[in-house]
Design a protein around this ligand. Structure first.
Ligand SMILES: Nc1ncnc2c1ncn2[C@@H]1O[C@H](COP(=O)(O)OP(=O)(O)OP(=O)(O)O)[C@@H](O)[C@H]1O
Ligand SMILES: [Mg+2]
Length: 326
């Protein structure tokens, strides 16, 4: 990465210290981030994926200056999240999932006006920007309704509008689609993708592999405070390509033919199960496509039926990466 990363973590650690017990108070330490290194390029849409408690929100809070790291550094646009908090805040926007953070008795428009004031955005700028945001986020026409009358999807889009008031270069979204129905979630994802296409760097967290796959340029999987995989969605998928499975049915296959299958490169196991009329053969292998092309040769003269291969999905990759830490 020749240019300066838009977001960078160096050996980032966070250990929470809490106390437990009423009479004999006991200090408990919990490591939420265990030395994370990350670099995100300008304009990239980056997804941080991980199960509950993996450390996603902790990381977003540190980058957005809401929480101090225990050690290591967090930089946004080259600005240090601890030493240059104020300069950094001017350049970022953030949205945390959930329903808090808006004034429900006020209209969407008044909410945006209020926050624009709070963020000290010059009135001339906000008069132009607020209608633009309402339009872009599909809230135009409803801007004078009280927020309490908004659907969840509308509230979340208003949250996003609030996060964009200062026209930030970098946007942090902590589980932006939580609680939204599939249509609302999809709309929001499209908006987020558009923002990245328009040049903003976006850092989002999610529990959903398919969500990351749908819109992210690059993803990292975090588990128990450490990054366990990083790359494009398709490169993450190749991590489990050795989990491929080829399955087919045969009738009356001589057992010695199995040896030929077992000796194919990349085959890890061949299992055969007897069904009423046929035998079902299941081959676990590194490269299913290769095994499929060899089947005809090895099983020459035997009628194969229902040959299928299951490509590992991104979900398989994710489940393998996070193991049973859930
Ligand atoms: N204020 C806190 N005090 C003590 N421990 C905390 C605090 N906040 C988070 N933790 C712990 O730190 C770890 C990481 O939490 P974090 O909220 O960053 O996870 P997450 O990946 O965002 O999870 P989720 O998907 O559930 O939102 C968890 O073990 C959590 O219990
Ligand atoms: Mg979280």
């Amino acid at each position: 990465m020749a240019t300066q990363p838009a977001i960078e973590a160096r050996e980032l650690r966070k250990t929470y210290t809490t106390t437990r017990g009423v009479f004999r108070r006991e200090r408990v330490e919990r490591a939420a981030l265990r030395g994370v290194d990350l670099k995100i390029a300008p304009g990239e849409l980056f997804g941080l994926l991980g199960p509950n408690g993996a450390g996603k929100t902790t990381m977003v809070k540190i980058f957005t200056t809401l929480l101090l790291p225990t050690s290591g550094s967090a930089l946004v646009l080259g600005l240090d999240a601890v030493k240059e908090q104020w300069a950094l805040r001017k350049r970022i926007g953030f949205v945390f999932g959930g329903e808090r953070g808006l004034y429900w008795r006020l209209s969407g428009l008044d909410n945006l006006r209020y926050f624009a004031d709070l963020y000290r955005i010059p009135p001339a700028v906000s008069r132009r920007r607020i209608p633009e945001l309402l339009e872009r986020l599909g809230l135009l026409g409803r801007e004078r309704d009280r927020v309490e009358l908004y659907s969840r999807g509308m509230k979340q889009r208003l949250h996003l509008a609030r996060g964009l008031l200062n026209d930030p270069d970098v946007l942090f979204l902590d589980e932006p689609t939580i609680g939204l129905d599939p249509v609302g979630a999809r709309e929001l994802r499209l908006i987020v993708r558009e923002l990245a296409d328009a040049g903003k760097t976006v850092f989002l967290t999610t529990h959903y592999m398919f969500e990351a796959d749908a819109i992210c340029d690059r993803i990292a999987v975090i588990r128990d405070g450490a990054i366990v995989a990083e790359g494009t969605p398709s490169s993450i998928k190749t991590l489990v390509q050795d989990q491929g499975i080829v399955e087919f049915e045969v009738v009356g296959m001589p057992v010695e033919r199995l040896a030929g299958l077992r000796s194919l490169p990349g085959v890890t196991s061949v299992a055969i199960s007897e069904h009423e009329l046929a035998q079902v053969v299941t081959v676990h292998c590194a490269r299913p496509a290769e095994v499929m092309t060899q089947l005809g040769v090895i099983l020459d003269g035997i009628r194969l039926e229902k040959v299928s291969s299951r490509e590992p999905t991104l979900e398989d990759a994710y489940v393998q990466l996070i193991g049973d830490s859930r």
